[in-house]
Design a protein around this ligand. Structure first.
Ligand SMILES: C[S@@+](CC[C@H](N)C(=O)[O-])C[C@H]1O[C@@H](n2cnc3c(N)ncnc32)[C@H](O)[C@@H]1O
Length: 361
């Protein structure tokens, strides 16, 4: 995902912090992350939420949860990071099936008119237990950019519930046929199946990850190796919902368009697709964002010049696997040829943005 970016760069001048701060200030509000969850035997949960922001003075900050908020400790308070430890206990009516916590910033503007959708997007759903055997380090590294067993699961779980709630809100429930395009090591699809979504399939160009997923009990038919270029190995109209977590963040422009067309083919009428993209949140987060990338994203709406070498050991070179950055205006203009664009939510998939698309009638 994000930290996999920018492995092999041409010589370039990084945007200095001050200039980047000025450039992004208007767009870069506050990016929240949840990376630690501990639940004791009584069901008391300790979660760590932190916010990265260029606005140092977020005031009147409170949290909302379907658990009882016992205490909020404000921990590290660095230039761009503010960290909170929050202690939550089960409410009188017992533990919720899926607990959540969300920051409430009174002066924050809603992102869209669809409050029902937005409420799920900026909410951190968290698991009450963890699987005994997470994906091993090399699989985490090449699909997430780093190794962290707990975060791999917490983020996967949170993304899974968020996507499921988005699909549900848009009319597709637990019996939907769901495709995880670029499923990697199953970070999102496994929590989704645990939550009762029985018709999930995944595909990826990484044959080693697909073989590992297929070898799990009952999983042989659910996972498929797909090609570097379309067509995908599915008949027309096979899926009601598709998501792609940090996949279009790695494609060049022509490949991106080719897959948008083919994903449209495999999506059934009325189908929904959720795709994450690296945009201004990721550009702000990368330590030495090269100036030419920012320039291209501002002026052309896209840059995919840099190679990502995370998959070279698995037969996919940096010539194919790119670090790709998008501007929202470009997405609306070009992706809008393939799908209706319902909304683009900034900073809602880690540092990435989430584009919600619907098959054109
Ligand atoms: C950053 S990883 C994210 C993996 C997973 N979606 C997740 O969120 O954990 C990107 C994944 O996209 C896959 N990928 C890249 N291009 C693809 C393509 N054209 N078709 C299918 N998968 C692709 C890669 O192999 C890799 O597993």
């Amino acid at each position: 995902m994000q930290s996999a970016a920018l492995k092999k760069m041409p010589d370039c001048t990084p945007v200095d912090m001050g200039a980047r701060h000025d450039l992004l200030f208007g767009r870069f509000a506050a990016i929240w992350q949840m990376d630690r969850v501990l639940v004791d035997q009584k069901g008391t949960a300790f979660v760590r939420l932190w916010v990265e922001t260029t606005r140092r003075n977020i005031r009147n900050l409170t949290f909302r949860s379907n658990m009882k908020i016992e205490k909020v400790f404000s921990a590290a308070d660095a230039a761009r990071n503010k960290e909170f430890m929050i202690v939550l206990s089960p409410p009188a009516e017992g533990l919720p099936e899926v607990p959540y916590i969300e920051p409430v910033i009174p002066d924050a503007k809603p992102q869209s008119g669809d409050a029902g959708l937005e409420k799920h997007i900026y909410r951190f759903y968290f698991p009450l237990s963890f699987p005994l055997s997470p994906a091993e380090p090399s699989r985490q590294k090449r699909t997430m950019g780093f190794v962290d067993n707990e975060y791999f699961y917490i983020r996967g779980y949170r993304d899974a519930v968020m996507l499921a709630r988005i699909f549900e809100h848009l009319g597709h429930g637990k019996d939907s046929r769901i495709l995880d395009f670029g499923c990697g090591a199953g970070r999102i699809i496994f929590p989704l199946m645990e939550l009762g979504y029985a018709n999930c399939s995944g595909c990826d160009i990484d044959g080693d990850n697909i073989a590992w997923l297929q070898a799990k009990p009952g999983m042989a038919d659910r996972f498929h190796v797909s090609g570097l270029q379309p067509p995908l190995p599915f008949p027309d109209a096979s899926f009601d919902c598709i998501y792609a977590g940090s996949v279009f963040t790695h494609l060049d422009e022509a490949t991106q368009f080719a897959f948008l067309e083919d994903l449209n083919r495999v999506l059934a009428p009325g189908g929904i697709m959720a795709v994450s993209v690296s945009s201004w949140g990721v550009l702000a987060w990368i330590d030495k964002t090269p100036a030419f990338i920012v320039h291209d994203v501002e002026n052309k709406g896209i840059n995919y010049d840099s190679q990502d070498l995370d998959l070279t050991d698995y037969g996919i070179s940096g010539e194919y696997y790119r670090s790709t950055f998008h501007d929202h205006g470009y997405i609306r203009k070009t992706w809008g040829r393939y799908f209706d664009i319902l909304h683009i939510y900034p900073y809602s998939f880690g540092y990435q943005d989430l584009v919600i698309l619907k098959k054109k009638p």
